[in-house]
Design a protein around this ligand. Structure first.
Ligand SMILES: C[S@@+](CC[C@H](N)C(=O)[O-])C[C@H]1O[C@@H](n2cnc3c(N)ncnc32)[C@H](O)[C@@H]1O
Length: 399
């Protein structure tokens, strides 16, 4: 997303100018809180392996808490919170929510500022940054800051949009933008654009167990920075930063690393070797990142570096098309390396996905928006695939 001078706008500016609450979850409504609790409990206990008893009387610093729906859950478990959020527009809802749930005394500090401006002498048992760190130009520096704010043995939790896991999401952004351009819809955060997105994706979105509304997803993911190449992050980039700060990988969501599986506890690896093994192992999980398919390693070959690079290049080209108004769709080709890699995997859903991807890149070259929509709707092999875009990495600071 660019401003009128062609410069990339910050996530914060985008939310403020468009008055978007990107993760609006109506937790005060009947049943919504219970549902929210189930998901957050599953995230912490089953995926990130942090027991809920960890939070009792512990200090948690959360950057970018938005209107506080996630922080509220940690408060309900007994955590003392320091909340740092630069968007003043969400503050009334945050205060109101904590008041409604009778948890306002759990907020030790509430600061209306960004992560770069936050200064403290304290250290924390947990530091959380969900949904924005990857979009910052100084994200490595800010991740280093987070590591430095952890007490010895403390836990950092960061979520980011994984580059490879975002393939199908950016593909959806590309389809939407192509159709909007053919319909002469210039403003992407307009009702006309959202209506086009509904036509294309609403039916599929309804089958997901998403917490937020279709409109919030559309504005935050399809129209927003998600379409910008620089804002994607990868485990390969994040892990060395935490390692340099004396932290080590603890867990992730989705759970994908089996670095510690099938090994004896007496076979202790250095942090460096453990991380190296984990990153090597990542190539075996490449298909999972692209598609979200949970197929066993035994029948899925690891991706070679040239396959990984070809996907990276494809995502870069699609992002560039989406972020400039005069991109040429004919320059975006389905990479032969990816096609060959997927062709060798003998599962029907993978074959279907491969065939649909190949067709889609041809369909998108048409100048007939109705033809694109109708044909896209026949591609179930992509419509039912969501990839693994949103990732959490959890890391611990050495004692
Ligand atoms: C996608 S929302 C995620 C909100 C919440 N953490 C969640 O996961 O539900 C991103 C949040 O990060 C905030 N944010 C953006 N830039 C930030 C910065 N530089 N420092 C701290 N927070 C920031 C935004 O205002 C917004 O509240």
């Amino acid at each position: 997303m660019n401003d009128s001078q062609g410069k990339k706008k910050s996530l914060l500016k985008y939310y403020q100018e468009n008055e978007i609450n990107p993760v609006f979850i109506r937790i005060e409504d009947d049943g919504v809180w219970e549902d929210h609790v189930k998901k957050r409990k599953n995230l912490y206990t089953n995926h990130l392996k942090v027991p809920l008893t960890f939070f009792k009387k512990r200090t948690v610093l959360e950057f970018g808490c938005n209107s506080g729906e996630n922080a509220l859950y940690l408060a309900s478990l007994g955590a003392s919170l320091t909340l740092v959020e630069p968007n003043i527009q969400v503050m009334p809802r945050l205060k109101n929510l904590f008041g409604k749930f009778g948890l306002e005394t759990r907020i030790e500090h509430l600061e209306n500022k960004g992560i770069s401006e936050f200064v403290t002498e304290n250290s924390y048992d947990m530091v959380v940054a969900e949904g924005f760190l990857h979009t910052l130009p100084n994200r490595d520096e800010m991740l280093t800051k987070i590591c430095g704010l952890l007490s010895p043995g403390g836990i950092g939790v960061v979520s980011f949009d994984d580059r490879y896991g975002s393939l199908v999401e950016i593909l959806r952004a590309l389809i939407l933008q192509r159709v909007c351009r053919l319909r002469n819809i210039e403003k992407l955060n307009s009702e006309a654009c959202i209506e086009t997105a509904r036509e294309l994706f609403l039916e599929d979105f309804k089958r997901l167990n998403a917490s937020r509304t279709f409109e919030a997803w559309c504005l935050d993911n399809l129209v927003n920075l998600h379409t910008s190449w620089e804002s994607f992050w990868t485990y390969q980039e994040v892990v060395p930063v935490i390692e340099n700060c004396g932290c080590q990988f603890y867990s992730s969501s989705p759970v994908w690393s089996d670095v510690d599986n099938y090994s004896w506890y007496k076979s202790v690896l250095s942090i460096k070797d453990r991380h190296l093994r984990m990153i090597e192992d990542w190539k075996k999980k490449f298909l999972f990142f692209l598609t979200g398919f949970s197929l066993t390693d035994r029948h899925v070959p690891p991706a070679t570096q040239s396959v990984v690079n070809s996907v990276s290049e494809l995502i870069k080209n699609m992002s560039e098309f989406c972020s400039s108004s005069n991109g040429d769709i004919n320059t975006i080709q389905y990479p032969a390396e990816l096609e060959d890699y997927l062709k060798d995997i003998s599962y029907p859903e993978v074959r279907d996905f491969n065939n649909c991807l190949k067709s889609l890149f041809t369909i998108l070259k048409s100048d007939d928006q109705k033809y694109i929509i109708d044909n896209y709707h026949s591609l179930d092999g992509i419509r039912n695939v969501w990839g693994s875009a949103l990732n959490y990495i959890c890391f611990s600071r050495e004692m």
